[in-house]
Ligand binder design. Sequence first.
Ligand SMILES: Nc1ncnc2c1ncn2[C@@H]1O[C@H](COP(=O)(O)OP(=O)(O)OP(=O)(O)O)[C@@H](O)[C@H]1O
Length: 212
Amino acid sequence: MESNASKATLDFNLQKPQPLFIVISGLSGVGKDAVIEELLKRGMPLHKVVTATTRAPRVNERDGVDYHFLTKERFQEMIQNNELIECALVYNDYKGVPRRQIQDAMASGLDVIMRVDVQGARKFRELIPEALLIFITPANEQDWREMLLGRRTDTPEQIERRITAAPGELALLPIFDYIVTNKRCCLGETVDKIISIITSEHMRNPHRKVNL
Ligand SMILES: Nc1ncnc2c1ncn2[C@@H]1O[C@H](COP(=O)(O)OP(=O)(O)OP(=O)(O)O)[C@@H](O)[C@H]1O
């Protein structure tokens, strides 16, 4: 006679992983790109979103890697066909996030990651309420100034303007799911924290359900 135990059909495959839509945001120069680069270097299974733009490529920019460089006609066609999750006209050129690229990456099981400024993060919170929004913050103003100075892309006036704009950007903090400090010494530690967030989010119940 068969025992009850041998008839067991309980399914303990309870975790049905869902890819995450991860938005890395924060003040200018706080380390958003550095964090994403390091996550990819560590071999995290992530698809980094490649934005489409109608502006001309700059020296060293590669099509399909840094941006998808498109003609205005093609871009307008994409807008009409609803092929973009969001788009904006920036200094007379279009910029936008192609929907298909993200759907394909998520269908293949990859988490999607992108970096945007704080205003962009607000837009994504509205468009994709279940996105995972991570705000990167400097440890203090001195650290932040040194990061801005260190990358040598801004004039002292531009740096002051960024610092003046900070309180307005910090006012948007409540839209974020996590706040992670990027200490100037310790990019590795910052990335460890972000990996632990991603790991936890994959165990979240119920999963974040992203509809694109
Ligand atoms: N933890 C860290 N320790 C030391 N330097 C760092 C750290 N994080 C980032 N940096 C450096 O700070 C500078 C700014 O970083 P990064 O360009 O990644 O910022 P960002 O947030 O992407 O900037 P933006 O929004 O203006 O494009 C870079 O030179 C980067 O190498």
